[in-house]
Design a protein around this ligand. Structure first.
Ligand SMILES: Cc1ncc(COP(=O)(O)O)c(C=O)c1O
Length: 350
């Protein structure tokens, strides 16, 4: 018998396949990460902080929230920082939902949403994305009941890359004023569109974002939430005072002072490398989902063999099955040069 809640003891841990990944031995196209090291100025800022004799102090964040709010173009009262967006997602679901209430989480989506909902013992409804229709807006709207406390989705979604039309986000916000509508903008800089300007109009809108992806710092864990000031005040009652690592704050401040390294990378991936991969897949007749982010979910007939061939060339991608159990590969897009290497292997196996 467990001393813990029965439904929690019965869950399994969320364990992504991280073992053995090495950026010096592999081309890492499996976690939607930045595929290049972060800028030298950011590395220097971290080293300087380590040498400054301050590691024995608890973290203090100064005006970091103001800086991030400035970057987002929203008032600072609408922003709080979190330990990665994973913590933001967890805080929002914990603070908004009670056991037995309902969550609408379209699938397939980022597994953390359902994981956090299960910890709260919520009843999960899972309308399905489709390659042809994209986000299942009508099914989400039809699934709303007075017990719905959460509607949660990525924009763009992971693994499919599907984007949600702004008008549909507004329909959901208006149809479920009693629910937190969590829009996960993890890949915001790749997509380039945000619902952040709707925060003033819709007190049920909660947006999570991160410095893990475009900014290339998932190891440091810094995310943030954008929402109505009342929501931010409530969520700050739940977050711990030191949950964000000081090194993350040092790095992000340096990165925000030099955004050009992120902008240049995003431009190379989205304007050049990703179209190269998409054009190639279209040419060879391999089906893939339209994606607004830095990854493409593709479905070659011989997915396992393709994965195997890529592995043999030290290229890691992520096998992900669709709702019908058909195996696909989610491939992170890197630089032009890395994409050429990827295509050279794909050409021989597709
Ligand atoms: C859609 C989505 N949301 C959130 C995250 C987690 O990001 P973070 O590193 O900020 O916790 C990921 C990471 O893969 C993701 O794909």
């Amino acid at each position: 018998m467990s001393i813990f809640k029965a439904h929690i003891a019965a869950m399994s841990a969320y364990k992504p396949p991280l073992d053995g990944r090495d950026p010096h031995a592999h081309l890492l196209l499996d976690f939607n990460e930045r595929t290049l090291p972060i800028a030298e100025v950011v590395q220097e800022a971290l080293i300087a902080y380590i040498r400054s004799g301050r590691l024995q102090m608890y973290p203090a964040y100064g005006d970091t929230v103001e800086l991030i709010a400035g970057y987002c173009g929203v008032p600072a009262e609408q922003v709080m920082i979190t330990n990665g967006s994973d913590q933001g997602i967890d805080l929002i679901i914990r603070a908004a939902c009670r056991e037995g209430e309902e969550a609408i989480i379209p699938g397939p989506g980022f597994p953390i949403y359902a994981h956090c909902a299960k910890i709260e013992n919520l009843k999960i409804r899972e309308p399905q994305y489709t390659r042809e229709q994209g986000f299942p807006t009508e099914q989400v709207l039809a699934a709303i009941t007075p017990k719905t406390r959460l509607i949660c989705f990525g924009n763009p979604n992971n693994p499919s890359g599907t984007v949600v039309p702004r008008a549909d986000i507004i329909r959901m916000l208006e149809a479920a004023p009693q629910a937190a509508v969590l829009v996960d903008e993890c890949y915001y800089e790749y997509f380039g569109e945000s619902a952040a300007d709707l925060v003033g109009r819709y007190p049920n809108l909660v947006i999570t974002r991160t410095f893990s992806k475009t900014w290339g710092m998932p190891s440091l864990r810094l995310g943030y939430i954008i929402s109505h000031p009342d929501n931010i005040r409530a969520l700050l009652n739940v977050r711990g005072p030191y949950d964000i690592n000081q090194m993350a704050v040092v790095a992000i401040r340096a990165a925000l002072a030099h955004p050009e390294y992120t902008h240049a990378y995003v431009a190379e991936v989205m304007r050049e490398a990703k179209p190269m991969l998409e054009n190639f897949l279209a040419e060879v007749g391999v089906e893939f989902w339209p994606s607004g982010a830095n990854y493409v979910w593709m479905f070659p007939a011989n997915a396992e063999a393709v994965n195997h061939a890529l592995l043999k060339h030290n290229i890691l991608v992520r096998p992900k099955a669709d709702a019908d159990g058909r195996m696909g590969l989610r491939i992170t897009v890197g630089t032009i040069e890395q994409t050429r290497l990827l295509l050279s292997v794909l050409r021989t196996t597709l």
